[in-house]
Design a protein around this ligand. Structure first.
Ligand code: DMJ
Length: 540
């Protein structure tokens, strides 16, 4: 976008991040147990650093990526090699977080760790994720209780067992997305990833992809979900990345070009969900009536007492059984629209994207960012004062690239991580050299000082290394201490509140028992008051 000043500003921040402080008492998720979500940290931070390195050649980004990866590695030390979902940076052992892990969390560090190997030469990073992939590959068995190569949503890394439902949506999504993208990042050198993706896609065709015939004049094709026995025609916004990944595989894998038509239809169905609401924005999820559902039509009782089939049900759209109507600025639909445009070159995808963008700006834009909205069915929209980091990483990026020349971050040169961070793919049979993409985006030969805001500009220039100011390590620790003290006071307040509640319950129980006893034995004459029972029930 030609914003080198902004890059330099962000660079100061990257230089100054203290990962151990991020792993302190307060995580981004508001937990106070000090555990880091391994997958979120990898796709957002690690992927972000590596992509910045690939685009710029700025070694600071590579070094910070490697430092962070070292902290995440203990998560993989389980007996199966499948990582745990959360770890403590200050207790480097997967045992600090045993238990289940979500499939998407376990399987979606593949691209980040592979690219880290390619740019550092340290094969350990790749070996860790490859071990996970091998375990998953062995578990893609067509046993009677499984749906072909589809994997259920949860894993116990220590026991090596899996359970849950089958979906391409939340909890599974990027595990499947990464198979085809790893194929691309490895330049097809391992047959394994193309084969795994092909098998998963074939199984999805059989068990998850369904035509929806209950919406008049809208022949939809959706990636639903199954509990192993029953298919639910649910369209999650989170599954809408599927069109892009299927389209990519149609282009990359031999003999799969026929999938492109499915990719287009799946994407079109997600776009339909935008086009069908009052705001022009797609909801978080919607579930359709099946054509064969007996309650799909109203039941009209006739004057003679007989009944006949009435109008088709659906609210607010005929054929839709239920809807979770909020919108969280998610990127998946525009992501697939972007892939369809780049793959087919058909301008209708840009037109649809523009329509989506206009609706997004109209209903979600605020003076300070883009807010989630409570219902895509309500105009004017009710905003929720919340904006996730993927809005910058993904949603804006896909919209921007949809209207940029296709040579900008070409899909021939880059593969996008699940957080839309572009990584360079192999060129001429060799791993790509960071900073050597087709376009020069940053001057890595310029002296370090040229990347700092000019002294006296008043712009934050970063931590102790910066010439203007910023926070020193001591100051950061002081802030963390304040946070921890505040958390401690809050915990103490909660503990006291709980104690009071329990005490009150105990007293009330005793009183009830006493009353029962009095009813049976003698008559109480104290007006219903018992010793020790507070006169008010406000224990807050
Ligand atoms: C993103 O953080 C990633 O794409 C993730 O894989 C799932 N979806 C969210 C945004 O909706």
């Amino acid at each position: 976008m030609g914003l080198p000043g902004e890059y330099d500003l962000a660079r100061q921040h990257v230089r100054d991040i203290d990962f151990h402080l991020l792993g302190g008492e307060r995580s981004a998720y508001g937990n106070s147990d000090g555990k880091i979500p391994v997958f979120e940290t990898a796709i957002r931070y690690l992927g972000g650093f590596l992509s910045a390195y690939d685009l710029s050649g700025d070694v600071l980004m590579r070094d910070r990526a490697e430092e962070l990866a070292q902290l995440l590695m203990p998560a993989f030390d389980t007996p199966t090699g499948v990582p745990v979902g959360r770890i403590k940076f200050d207790q480097p052992s997967y045992k600090s977080a045993s238990g289940g892990v979500i499939l998407a969390e376990a399987a979606s560090m593949l691209l980040e760790m592979t690219r880290l190997w390619q740019v550092t030469g340290n094969r350990t990073y790749f070996d860790r994720v490859q071990r996970t992939s091998d375990w998953l590959d062995r578990n893609m068995t067509n046993t009677p209780e499984r749906l072909g190569a589809l994997l259920p949503t949860s894993i116990f890394p220590e026991r090596g067992t899996m359970y849950g439902w089958y979906t391409w949506g939340g909890m599974a999504d990027s595990a499947f997305e990464y198979l085809i993208k790893e194929h691309q990042l490895l330049g097809g050198h391992l047959e394994q990833y193309g084969r795994m993706f092909g098998d998963v896609l074939d199984s999805a065709h059989r068990w998850l992809l369904r035509h929806v015939g209950s919406v008049p004049n809208a022949p939809l094709l959706i990636m639903g979900q199954s509990n192993g026995r029953l298919h639910t025609p649910k369209l999650e916004h989170l599954t809408c990345f599927a069109g892009g990944s299927i389209g990519l595989s149609a282009k990359l894998l031999p003999g799969r070009i026929h999938d492109l038509v499915h990719a287009e239809r799946v994407t079109e169905s997600c776009w339909w969900a935008y086009n069908a609401t009052a705001t022009g924005i797609g909801p978080e999820e919607l579930t359709f009536y099946r054509e064969r559902d007996t309650d799909r039509f109203e039941n009209v009782i006739m004057p003679d007492g007989t009944s006949r089939r009435g109008n088709a049900r659906g609210s607010p759209i005929i054929g839709v059984r239920s809807m979770q109507a909020d919108y969280r600025n998610r990127p998946e639909t525009i992501e697939s629209v972007f892939y369809m445009w780049r793959i087919t070159g058909d301008q209708k995808w840009q037109e649809r994207g523009w329509q989506m963008f206009s609706s997004w700006v109209t209903h979600c834009m605020t003076d300070v960012g883009f807010s989630s909205i409570q219902s895509v069915l309500e105009v004017p929209s009710v905003q929720s004062d919340s904006m996730e980091s993927f809005v910058f990483a993904e949603t804006f990026k896909y919209y921007y690239l949809l209207f940029s020349p296709p040579s900008l971050i070409s899909l021939d040169d880059y593969v996008f991580t699940t957080e839309a961070h572009p990584l360079l793919t192999p060129q001429k049979g060799r791993w790509a050299r960071a900073g050597h993409g087709p376009k020069k985006l940053w001057d890595d030969k310029a002296p370090e000082s040229s990347h700092l805001p000019p002294p006296g500009s008043g712009i934050y220039s970063g931590g102790e290394g910066g010439p203007v100011g910023g926070l020193t390590r001591q100051q950061k620790h002081a802030i963390l201490k304040q946070w921890n003290d505040k958390n401690e006071r809050e915990r103490e307040r909660q503990r006291k509140k709980q104690e009071a509640l329990e005490k009150a319950k105990e007293i009330a129980n005793k009183a009830a028992l006493g009353a029962a006893h009095d009813d049976n034995v003698t008559t109480s004459n104290d007006g219903g008051r018992y010793d020790g029972l507070p006169s008010s029930n406000n224990f807050d």
